[in-house]
Design a protein around this ligand. Structure first.
Ligand code: AMP
Ligand code: ZN
Length: 317
């Protein structure tokens, strides 16, 4: 098979766009898809100061590489979650990447603050992963506010987002559907806008991109992600995609052009943004967490309630 672009021998086959590429043309294809997503969804605006959330995996390191190549001077943010060996190794990948390219990586060391996710998770209202999300969001917003960043880029790819979309559709989660977009506005001052520039690229493409670009990333998944429902939705989509190449992107893109159908009326925003264990507040008004000062729907934000519950359980009574 020959490269669809330059006729050299193709090494990467992409049935979903009926194309095959040699390594150089494939990298160009990936760069263009990322640039196209940024343009199509207006992800990065003039004057934006971009922070990339890097986990050490292929998506976020590939994303950082793509942004730098495109001339976006983005800093990285790595949150050391304290999930055993997995966190130590993923942190090394992120640090090595930053050192090689001489770019700035901000590190939040949770174990050093006695806030390792495994220590706090038992005090969360929901699953380990949901508590981990609450903690990460807290530090994403905090790092952005402290560093003056205007937008946070995450490595969510097409498989992540199409899989999540499938899950939301199967349960007709209207509130979540309304909010499932490549760009999520900052909902209150002090919260950061979040963007997903890899939305036009899938897992295989990001892995191939990193491999061909010599980006060393952590291959293993977080040990807590095993068996997560999100992975099952992705697997189902892989099957459909294999039978009907192109379905994944169509599913996602056609949804985006109809997302307004789910635009939240006052009653719909079902999930509180700080992942609260309290019932949804239809007429939520933002206030400031009385402990940390971050915007919150309740007197104390989800992150500070988590820490409060742990502190409560430790104090003798
Ligand atoms: P995940 O939920 O693990 O699939 O991660 C989704 C995105 O969140 C990644 O692509 C990163 O952009 C970001 N992320 C995940 N873990 C971390 C971390 N420990 N530190 C910083 N960003 C992270
Ligand atoms: Zn707080």
């Amino acid at each position: 098979v020959k490269c669809s672009r330059c006729r050299a021998p193709a090494q990467v086959r992409l049935p979903r766009i009926k194309a095959g590429f040699c390594p150089d043309c494939f990298k160009l294809y990936v760069e263009r898809q990322a640039a196209k997503a940024v343009k199509q969804f207006e992800l990065i605006r003039p004057g934006d100061k971009v922070l990339v959330a890097v986990s050490g995996g292929k998506d976020s390191l590939g994303l950082w590489d793509l942004l730098l190549k495109a001339g976006v001077r983005a800093d990285g943010l790595y949150i050391h979650l304290g999930i055993g060996d997995y966190s130590v190794r993923s942190g090394e990948k992120a640090k090595n990447f930053a050192a090689q390219r001489q770019v700035t990586l901000h590190v939040v060391d949770l174990p050093a603050k006695d806030e390792a996710v495994p220590d706090l998770a038992p005090f969360g209202p929901r699953s380990f992963c949901s508590t981990c999300g609450t903690i990460k969001r807290h530090y994403f917003n905090r790092a952005a506010a402290e560093g003056g960043f205007t937008v946070l880029a995450t490595g969510h790819n097409l498989d992540d987002e199409a899989g999540r979309l499938l899950g939301n559709v199967l349960r007709w989660q209207e509130g979540y559907l309304a909010k499932q977009a490549p760009s999520l506005p900052a909902e209150a001052p002090g919260l950061i806008r979040r963007i997903k520039p890899l939305i036009r690229l899938d897992e295989y493409e990001m892995a191939a991109y990193c491999f061909l670009s010599g980006i060393d990333y952590i291959i293993e998944e977080c040990p807590h992600a095993k068996g997560a429902t999100s992975i099952k939705y992705k697997q189902v989509l892989h099957h459909i995609e294999a039978l009907m190449p192109g379905t994944k992107w169509n599913f996602y893109a056609e949804f985006q052009s109809r997302r307004a159908l789910f635009a939240p009326g006052p009653a719909i925003s079902s999930a509180s943004p700080d992942d609260t264990d309290a019932p949804p507040l239809p007429d939520a008004r933002w206030r400031q967490c009385s402990v940390c000062g971050q915007p919150s729907w309740l007197e104390i934000c989800g992150f500070c309630r988590l820490k409060g519950r742990r502190a409560g359980s430790e104090s003798p009574d």
